[in-house]
Design a protein around this ligand. Sequence first.
Ligand SMILES: [Zn+2]
Length: 213
Amino acid sequence: MNCPLCFSSHHRVFEIDQKRSYLLCQHCSLVFVPRDQLINDEDEKKRYELHDNSETNFDYKNYLENTAHLVHSFLKKGSTGLDFGCGITRILENSLKEKGHEVFSYDKFFLPDDSVFENNYDFIILSEVIEHLKKPFEDLMRLTPLLHEDGLIFVKTKLRPENPEKFKNWFYKRDVTHVQFFSDCSFEHLSNTLQLTKAIQIDRDLFLFRNNR
Ligand SMILES: [Zn+2]
């Protein structure tokens, strides 16, 4: 079993609960669920369908519009972007379009339109997505070459508590579709391997990487 981010085989048990175990990679400090303990794609999709992430859920809509507002504040006029892992709606896409940007959306389950991988982008958003990816390194390796020079990647996720006791009671790990948890150190590993600048935190749980190639 190798780390799904850096592929190191050096890891130790960080936590075990009733549902799953969580391994700590000693190379990149990612905490990940062993891949043989993940739920299958069909069950994963059903879980997402249970969430009320619809246009008519105003809290969810507000939450995404707030993200769009923040992202917009870092963009040049008329930028082109991709919302990777948009879920069942195109709220982020529509909100950023209203602000004058050209935006595409992709979702493995709800909008699997592979033509988005033929474009190039000024920015890519992964909002509450990176913690779900079964193959995070492969997905990011596919996405980063699509960025223009100086292109931006916005990642929204919660960084894990360093303290195992805090991790034990952390609500974020209870969602069985969350299969890895990042730390500053795992982000640094990502930046180095994907030739991105060091992540800067631009809001609570929102991080910005810039293409450094
Ligand atoms: Zn690792």
